[in-house]
Design a protein. Sequence first.
Length: 443
Amino acid sequence: MENNAILDKLHIAELNPMQHDVSHAMLHTDRDVLVLSPTGSGKTLAYLLPLVQMVDARSNHVQAVVVVPGRELALQSANVLRSMGSGLRTMSLYGGRPTMDEHRQLREVMPQVVFATPGRLNDHLDKGNLSAEDVSYLVLDEFDKCLAMGFRGEMTALLSKLPHVRRRVLLSATEADEIPHFVQMGRTVRVCFLDDDEQVPERVNIYKVDSPAKDKLPTLARLLCKLGEQSSIVFLNFRESVERTDAYLRQLGFTTSAFHGGLDQREREDALYKFSNGSANILVSTDLASRGLDIPDVGNIIHYHLPENEDAYVHRVGRTARWDKQGRAFFILGPAEQVPQYVDGGAEAVAPFALDDAREARPPQPRMSTLYIGKGRKDKISKGDIVGFLCKMGGLQGADIGRIDVKDRYAYAAVSRQKVEQVLRLTRNAKIKGIKTLCELVK
């Protein structure tokens, strides 16, 4: 499938300069490629566009392995590939679910491209669940994190099990201090779009909000009320703090999603899904959400806890103003806290943000709600079937329906919050394509 057809399908007018250079390097040279470009600049699409032309769609073997540091990035990257409509088969491999289930799915799907975390990929290779014989292309996305101290042993072992790799592509949003020798890069094309003078994009406005008390929760609530319906990510440094903050906001009437490493796989996926489809306008998270998430319309980043270092700060702020959009970032400062010294321009460059008129505001509600529909791909149900079901049986118009995701045995659909009760009432005991199905609200 040609790039122009894929771009039309994704409703993208043209490649940005970084994507163009990556595509040229992968398609028109035989060299390894090192890509350094800011968060939100479209690196996933940059390597996938040429990769779909390099992989043989007629083969039933894995030819390309994309190694990522976490399950969320594995899932999101695989979804990007599917949305391109290239015809290539793909799978995400990651911890938190039985290896046996993934092995069964590998036999059924016969993917040509896999997205995997290092530990889980090692496991499959060791057990012979996945053959390395035809793996010619290796992509290390966020390789700086993949090669961090906790991953180095797994990465060393993994790369030794991929002896037939001919081309390597490494991607990062920060300058690389080194590329370890075990990565075995050959002659390399370096595609660098990092601005040494730009810590965060100029499209992001930075503010500070003073909290009169050490417990900053009341100040956070007032700030969120003033920000209204815009999507916001609230960053905290500890799982327990995420749980406490999320519970506090929900008690006040906010619609939130909590996200941290202590949640199980389904809880994490549900939290991200509700936030990305507009059913929750606030994501309360640890720094787990600061990397590997591609949610395009995050309006605000809120540092409830100060970032632990400059790198954490850059990656947090990188969740907003993605591509060419605008964004804002806020430091909530307690009585003894100051804007960190690593912020460009220091405290003088961070404007105060007043909350005086937000004291009596009510918690804003998101525009959408998420429905669970108890039938999926294995039941021969498509997105078009669900749209028809919601319009014909639920009385909705096209504008009332948002993102739809169809899984094997169920589906999620975002619908207008104002009409969700109507849909639930009208679809009770209704059938979709002649099959009785469950339709309920995801809370």
